[in-house]
Design a binder for this molecule. Sequence first.
Ligand code: SF4
Length: 192
Amino acid sequence: MLALAEIFYSVQGEGAWVGTPAVFVRLAGCNLNCRFCDTDYSVKAFLTAEQIVARVRELGGECPMVILTGGEPLAQRESSDLITALRADGRRVHIESNGSVPVELPPDVWLTVSPKERLHPAMAARANEVKLIVDGRVPEEWLGHFEARSVPTFLQPEGNKRSNIALAVEAAKRDPRRFRLSLQTHKFIGVR
Ligand code: SF4
């Protein structure tokens, strides 16, 4: 059984896949406790991987993209069963992780790592994109973990706040080969 917070069908608002329709599966619980966290990842239901796949089909029809998010989706051991079941159903699985839980992932799974603390080197090495939250400062201390690979690195202003946006834009302009800006565009258009 997987502890689930919510499932909904929307559009990816952030990062490299911005604008792409996707079913979001928010798994409950997180192994970290960030001060700025505003996500409700409390448990609303316990479902099997097959039940979650059925719900994805019901909400998203043939939508190829499914995003596992949290909380920390990889903190639940059964998340591997869910990834397997979704891939068997023909879905392209994306994972939004804080990168602190080492898990081996199939090569076709897209991994977004947004490091907060305890970043695991295996997950830094596996990341397809990096999302750094700009909250009063650009957390440049994480950059060294990703330097060996040319992985897209997004600066995302926390809460879409003006001061954080200004910091992110200035940093991206200073280092245009390294950074791209990621805004929470779904919030601008009033969708989840
Ligand atoms: S890692 Fe993400 S979900 Fe977990 S507490 Fe931090 S911001 Fe919230």
